[in-house]
Design a protein around this ligand. Structure first.
Ligand code: NAP
Ligand code: GLV
Length: 308
């Protein structure tokens, strides 16, 4: 039995060191060189070449190095192969920090002040109290919940939307397509932490932006494919939206010709909101391998039917 890791080789060194320390009985390989593929039972990857899977006859579980699994190309993977998303503290704290940063920047009108600074314009705007700022998170999973916990002490009026009902203290909950309009109508700042699936692709479009209060702001820290760039630009230019903070785009890297780069109402970061921390990620995979060996349910096993 062995584990094959095919993601970033530099971070792979920390993965290998963590396996050596905490699971010395589990052979761990970074990259394909010299690996007996017939012995590989667990694969850890960001993207997967289906041709590689065909060479792994004993593969039992595919672990994503990220919280998201869309980049694995689920449709091309064997339907019975268990796929596990990454749940580890580095991603969770990273995303909670990023959401706090993005929401506070929008709450305190930083995009507008940056545009004024570029024009050498000294013009204060009145501050809206946090309690009067309605912040909504789409996606109440591991990361959505962590973001809400991080935002709560600022005193924002918090709301959240998910597929199934969630009862979170201090958060007004909405779920399902039927409650989406009511959720959106009360979001001055909307942040997306949904997985990219057949149901969510392109959800952040002109129709959704029109359902937000005029002048609302948007954060996308999930996947670029959730948002229609052209619709976002139109909503920003019409004033329906005031500003956007985007950590993800479609495609990535963002093409140099994209109008997002120079848009005065857009703040861009290059998919850095929450990076997998190799040490804690390796511990999470070790724990799941142990669980698998004992026949226990895996943490973060995705539902192939739902795609997340
Ligand atoms: P998760 O725990 O699986 O949570 C997903 C949430 O989305 C759940 O609350 C789920 O609802 C909701 N959801 C899924 N489909 C929906 C639909 N059709 N309608 C309404 N709600 C829906 O995922 P996570 O760990 O929080 O991660 C979320 C995403 O963040 C990842 O998939 C990844 O794409 C992205 N991400 C980005 C970065 C970055 O650096 N930018 C880093 C890490 C992750 P239920 O609770 O009802 O199931
Ligand atoms: C990063 O985007 C992740 O899915 O962890």
């Amino acid at each position: 039995m062995s584990v094959l890791y095919t993601s970033d080789p530099v971070r792979g060194e920390t993965w290998a060191a963590t396996f050596a320390e905490h699971a010395p009985d589990v052979p761990f390989h970074v990259g394909l060189e010299g690996v007996d593929l017939a012995q590989v039972e667990y694969l850890v990857a960001w993207r997967v070449d289906p041709a590689l899977l065909a060479r792994l006859p004993r593969l039992k579980v595919l672990f994503s190095v990220g919280a998201g699994v869309d980049q694995l190309g689920l449709a091309a993977l064997p339907p019975q192969l268990p796929i596990v998303r990454m749940i580890e503290s580095g991603i969770i704290t990273g995303m909670a920090e990023y959401l706090a940063l993005a929401v506070l920047m929008l709450h305190r009108q930083v995009p507008e002040y940056l545009a004024q600074q570029a024009r050498r314009e000294w013009r204060p705007h009145s501050v809206v109290p946090a309690a009067r700022r309605r912040v909504g998170i789409m996606g109440l999973g591991v990361l959505g919940e962590a973001a809400l916990r991080q935002l709560a002490p600022f005193g924002f009026a918090l709301r959240g939307w998910s597929r199934s009902p969630h009862a979170l203290e201090g958060v007004q909950g909405f779920h399902g397509a039927a409650q989406l309009p009511a959720f959106l109508a009360g979001c001055d700042i909307l942040a997306c932490l949904l997985p990219l699936t057949d149901d969510t692709r392109g959800l952040l479009d002109a129709r959704l932006f029109a359902a937000l209060p005029r002048g609302a702001c948007v954060v996308n820290a999930a996947r670029g494919g959730l948002l229609r760039e052209h619709d976002l630009l139109a909503a920003l230019d019409s004033g329906q939206l005031s500003a956007a903070v985007l950590d993800v785009t479609d495609p990535e890297p963002l093409p140099v010709a994209s109008a997002l780069w120079n848009h005065p109402k857009v703040i861009l970061t290059p998919h850095v909101a929450a990076e997998t921390r190799p040490g804690t990620a390796a511990l999470a995979v070790i724990e799941n391998i142990r669980r698998h060996g004992r026949g226990e349910p895996l943490h973060g096993l995705i539902d192939r039917g739902q795609g997340y």
